[in-house]
Design a protein around this ligand. Structure first.
Ligand code: FES
Length: 263
């Protein structure tokens, strides 16, 4: 890897077209969509999506891109609603993404068509985590059973997503049977009856959100650890930006870089 792969938007655009357009990407814990109408928005690898539980109870992930002029339909991070009304000119969609109506001046010409519906993406649910894909990848990640959901912490980090992954895959994890990494954006750590899912959300090339989902315990107890990760990642980002690159120090990091290169 080169310093510019961590500090310039061009590399992120390439990753958007390659890694993030074809792999299974985590979006949230399924319990965050407990009731019909619950939704959760995210920008993952440059793709804006909204995860929602529809009226029939099914979980869906839709492109958060209006079919009128491609603007984001949903502007709030999470909530509950009966339908989605685009903030810009009022196109309205049901919870399954089906076009419902639009004010006459901006209504689509011609009869109703699937082209007017929000794009529905492939979805996989595994052990309480929800994944989506822009493409048609093979098998979804296998996490194994997780204990009861205890909450999620959100930490915004001023770093490239690869820095956060590399930190989580650091040397101390090597060979640990209690740590697993699920390409490209999820790491799972188990400690006794506790399981912690670290979900990396690449928002832009220098802005990454870390969602720490705690299963089998309370999320509040992990606030300090999340703050430490932010601190360390921002320092590592400063190193990369200054051209100080780390060595590949273990099998997991080597594998991460191999997968990046092959995608
Ligand atoms: S962009 Fe959504 S209604 Fe116009």
């Amino acid at each position: 890897m080169k310093p510019e792969d961590y500090s310039q938007g061009d590399a992120f655009q390439v990753e958007k077209r390659t890694v993030f357009s074809r792999e299974w990407l985590p979006v949230c814990a399924e319990v965050q969509l407990a009731k019909p109408g619950d939704f959760f928005t995210a920008t993952v690898g440059g793709w804006g999506v909204v995860a929602v539980r529809d009226q029939a109870g099914a979980v869906r992930v839709l492109r958060n891109a209006c079919r009128h002029q491609n603007m984001p339909v949903v502007g709030t991070p999470a909530g509950n609603c009966e339908s989605f009304r685009c903030r810009f000119h009022g196109w309205t969609y049901d919870l399954a993404g089906k076009f419902l109506s639009a004010p006459p001046p901006v209504a689509p010409a011609g009869p109703k068509s699937a082209d007017h519906d929000l794009q529905s993406l492939a979805v996989a649910s595994e052990a309480g985590m929800l994944f989506f894909s822009m493409g048609e990848p093979a098998a979804a990640p296998r996490l194994g059973a997780l204990p009861a959901y205890g909450g999620t912490l959100s930490t915004d980090i001023a770093c490239n997503w690869k820095v956060a992954v590399e930190h989580l895959l650091g040397e101390k994890r090597e060979g640990s049977p209690d740590f697993s990494w699920h390409w490209p954006l999820l790491a799972l750590r188990r400690a006794g009856s506790l399981a912690i899912v670290e979900q990396i959300v690449p928002q832009t090339f220098l802005r990454t959100r870390l969602l720490t989902h705690v299963f089998g315990g309370s999320a509040d107890e992990h606030k300090q650890a999340s703050g430490t990760i932010r601190h360390v990642c921002e320092r590592l980002q400063a190193d990369r930006t200054a051209g100080r690159m780390p060595e590949d120090t273990g099998a997991l990091l080597t594998e991460f870089h191999r997968r990046l290169a092959s995608d």
